[in-house]
Design a protein. Structure first.
Lengths: 72, 254
């Protein structure tokens, strides 16, 4: 995996986490998730890359996410 | 009664996909009037933000959207039981229905703009020293000079990031229904954006992206998508920036 592809995949998983944690419909009720009080954008792309690779190892990456990068 | 994890809000006549949710729980719909919530029974104590759960949540949302419009719900939304889900749908019914009608099958694309040549780590330590100590300055004055230099450096970087965002947005916005920018630059990241598109405009938007990238050689924009329109739902917490549209800075939530 070259640096460009790796970087793109880092960004894709970062995009996923940012969307599902910080956006989307919020209903009345308790959001029971406990997330460390940091802005995900600043966690560091390297950390996210590790998580992305782990998700691939587990075979839980949906096709649309796996094929989502649009940059070379 | 069992707690319910909520993935998305759909029209009542939506088809139930053959996909499992978090903790391998089977999906079921909780209906209310013309809407329903896609849910699965969950153990609330085990809802953690892990890559596996994040991807599973997204996989369910995308499976639902294969055959029906669906509003994606924020990760970690757990309600104590089915009546609580119905109460939530009732409380937000008009807004949810309006969002579903407005967003239908629209998609979202994410834009991450990296600086082409990020400065090395420790950029703050390379601030020009002409702001540093003058002869005779005491330690307090030296500290304040250094703080002033750092502030000017950060301000300059934010201004450059805003200029980059405006240049890119000028080329991308005509092909989109809406766009939202977040400008919180770091040494590596200039800005991020989300664009809302009709499916029929995806090709034109991608062409606009290629043009924008060619026109801004000092930047490295990365496009991702299509995503469900997480950024453009209106049924959200009442944050100050929940309805930002366009290019504005935003305080991060900490």
């Amino acid at each position: 995996m070259n640096d460009s592809v790796a970087e793109s995949r880092e960004v894709t998983l970062l995009d996923l986490l940012d969307r599902i944690v910080d956006h989307g419909v919020v209903l009345a009720g308790d959001v029971t998730i406990s997330v460390a009080d940091v802005d995900l954008i600043y966690l560091g792309l390297r950390l996210i890359l590790t998580s992305f690779e782990r998700a691939e190892e587990l075979g839980v990456m949906p096709p649309m996410l796996r094929d989502r990068e649009s940059s070379p | 009664m069992a707690a319910r994890y909520v993935y998305a809000i759909l029209p009542r006549d939506a088809a139930l996909p053959t996909v499992t949710g978090l903790q391998s729980g089977p999906l079921s719909f909780v209906p209310h009037r013309d809407l329903c919530a896609a849910t699965s029974i969950i153990d609330p104590a085990d809802v953690r933000l892990t890559p596996e759960n994040a991807v599973r949540h997204e996989a369910v949302v995308e499976a639902l959207r294969q055959s029906s419009p669906a509003l994606p719900v924020r990760f970690g939304t757990v309600l104590p039981d089915e009546p609580a889900v119905i109460r939530a749908l009732s409380e937000h019914y008009a807004a949810l229905l309006a969002d579903l009608t407005r967003l239908t099958d629209t998609v979202e694309y994410g834009l991450t703009v990296l600086w082409e040549q990020p400065t090395p780590d420790g950029e703050a330590e390379q601030i020009p020293t002409n702001e540093a100590a003058a002869e005779g300055d005491g330690p307090g004055t030296r500290y304040l000079r250094a703080r002033l230099a750092a502030h000017r450096h950060d301000t300059g970087r934010r201004e450059r990031a805003a200029e980059a965002a405006q240049a890119l947005d000028a080329q991308l916005r005509p092909a989109a229904l809406d766009g939202r920018w977040t400008i919180q630059p770091t040494t590596r990241l200039a800005a991020r954006a989300a664009y809302l598109l009709q499916p029929s405009s995806i090709e034109a938007f991608q062409q606009a992206f290629e043009g924008a990238r060619a026109a801004c050689p000092s930047l490295r924009p990365i496009l991702s998508g299509p995503w469900p329109p997480y950024t453009f739902v209106t049924v959200r917490e009442g944050s100050a920036d929940s309805n930002l549209s366009g290019i504005e800075g935003r305080e991060s939530r900490r």
